[in-house]
Design a protein around this ligand. Sequence first.
Ligand SMILES: *[C@@H]1O[C@H](CO)[C@@H](O)[C@H](O)[C@H]1NC(C)=O
Ligand SMILES: *[C@@H]1O[C@H](CO)[C@@H](O)[C@H](O)[C@H]1NC(C)=O
Ligand SMILES: *[C@@H]1O[C@H](CO)[C@@H](O)[C@H](O)[C@H]1NC(C)=O
Ligand SMILES: *[C@@H]1O[C@H](CO)[C@@H](O)[C@H](O)[C@H]1NC(C)=O
Ligand SMILES: *[C@@H]1O[C@H](CO)[C@@H](O)[C@H](O)[C@H]1NC(C)=O
Length: 450
Amino acid sequence: MKRAGWLATAVVLATAVAMAMSMKQSSDPAWDHQEKSYHVQFRPAVVERGSGEAAVFFSPDNSTSFLTELVESADKSIDVGTPGFSSWIGCTYGGGCTVEEQRMNETFPIFAALVNALSAGKSVRILTNDFGATPPAAGRIDPLTFLYLAGAEIRYYTSTTFWHAKYISVDARTPDAATAFSSINFSETSFRKNREAGIRLSGEGVREVLDVAADVFDADWDVALQFSPAHEYTPAELAVIRSKAALRVVVPPPEPFPGSYVATTKTVALDEARVELVMSPDYTYETLKAALDAARNTFVLYIYQVTDYDLCEWLGDFVERDETELYLLVSDAIFAYDDYELARGCYRFLTKRGARVQTTRRHLYSFSHQKYWVVDNTTAWMSSGNWSPSDWPQYSGETLVPYNSSHGTWIQANRDFTLGITDAAVVDAFLDVFDGDYWIGQQWVDDAGP
Ligand SMILES: *[C@@H]1O[C@H](CO)[C@@H](O)[C@H](O)[C@H]1NC(C)=O
Ligand SMILES: *[C@@H]1O[C@H](CO)[C@@H](O)[C@H](O)[C@H]1NC(C)=O
Ligand SMILES: *[C@@H]1O[C@H](CO)[C@@H](O)[C@H](O)[C@H]1NC(C)=O
Ligand SMILES: *[C@@H]1O[C@H](CO)[C@@H](O)[C@H](O)[C@H]1NC(C)=O
Ligand SMILES: *[C@@H]1O[C@H](CO)[C@@H](O)[C@H](O)[C@H]1NC(C)=O
């Protein structure tokens, strides 16, 4: 009945989109990188009374400085898991840049920090998706090829559909390990023009959780495809790439966004905090849904978009329960048209059920791409995943088959990390930014009739 209500709203609104989506499933989408059957294996990692440190950081205000500093703090190793790796001066697409230009003029400071780490003999591993993007033209280069030739190990994710997590771990599996989980893609927009959120977690008391994240990275790494450069480079070019001269790491000041709420990074000492890490697609839906179902009074959700039927219905049910309050803030702008139509169906449904759907201030950021929620003012959850079927996939059995399999039906299943922390100061850090952004936003209105 409720499902029918949702569908009626969404389908009547967007029949064309529904048709386009079902057509899409009749061929393997370009972003599907799964090569073999994937066996669901990572149970959520939980520390009941963890001590350590959690730093809560945000784009566009401070993530560039914060994550660059994290990479520079590595003693031995840096592991990066990122959907893509885009030059900030356009060397990734459109044919690439000269080797000199890539080395000297790249403005993405994490690129320079990684080059310096390699020349200092540190280990760098980068796991990313193969976008099937055209490689640089002959004699030209992009950041990934440059880093590879400078000594980084680079592989393409193949475990499930898409690596959607944003992960940087320095000195993994040592007492000094520090790991950042966030929604921040390696692109200038994500660091400097979007709202994004992340947590850096460290300390022996949460090592168990960091080690499980490292297990996931290593398991994906083991089945990933080796990157290889599209061209050969001359000895003179290789000498530039492998020069041991340190690069200057320049963190540009944050862009001003007049009228915005400026978020600061909050570093919190965790004391007996419950910390839980969920690794999509493994056991995600049941775990996170159970945590939602435990909500009693208030639910705060600040997310890019809601495009999952069941989760949208959950929000609608929560609104209708007695003595509950829902605060929902979503992105003013959505990148993909299909997603925009699905989200619109959800917001229309929620509005009809009495929810206030608030969108972030119009034309302030490129996108409000953060994903976090706070349950009953006690637990903050932060994710790289949206409330979408590909980030919270529902499946039966424990084997996810690749697209062409005759042994089952392929589903879209992204790799994401979702971190839950039960700690008052961490909750405060997220709620501060929620409040700051909520009150300068505006109520969602359905902007076009069917
Ligand atoms: C796998 O799927 C592709 C289309 O996505 C198709 O071209 C190919 O023939 C399929 N291979 C097998 C073995 O079914
Ligand atoms: C992340 O960045 C890459 C390019 O660097 C882009 O292709 C991709 O769509 C971006 N977003 C996500 C969610 O992966
Ligand atoms: C780097 O940028 C500067 C200023 O835009 C330009 O003059 C210089 O030619 C560039 N260097 C390379 C190697 O492209
Ligand atoms: C930004 O991050 C840096 C760490 O890189 C930190 O030292 C600084 O205090 C942060 N600034 C703000 C305003 O949060
Ligand atoms: C949330 O909890 C903090 C203490 O952790 C308290 O100061 C604040 O008033 C609470 N907010 C609400 C809305 O209950």
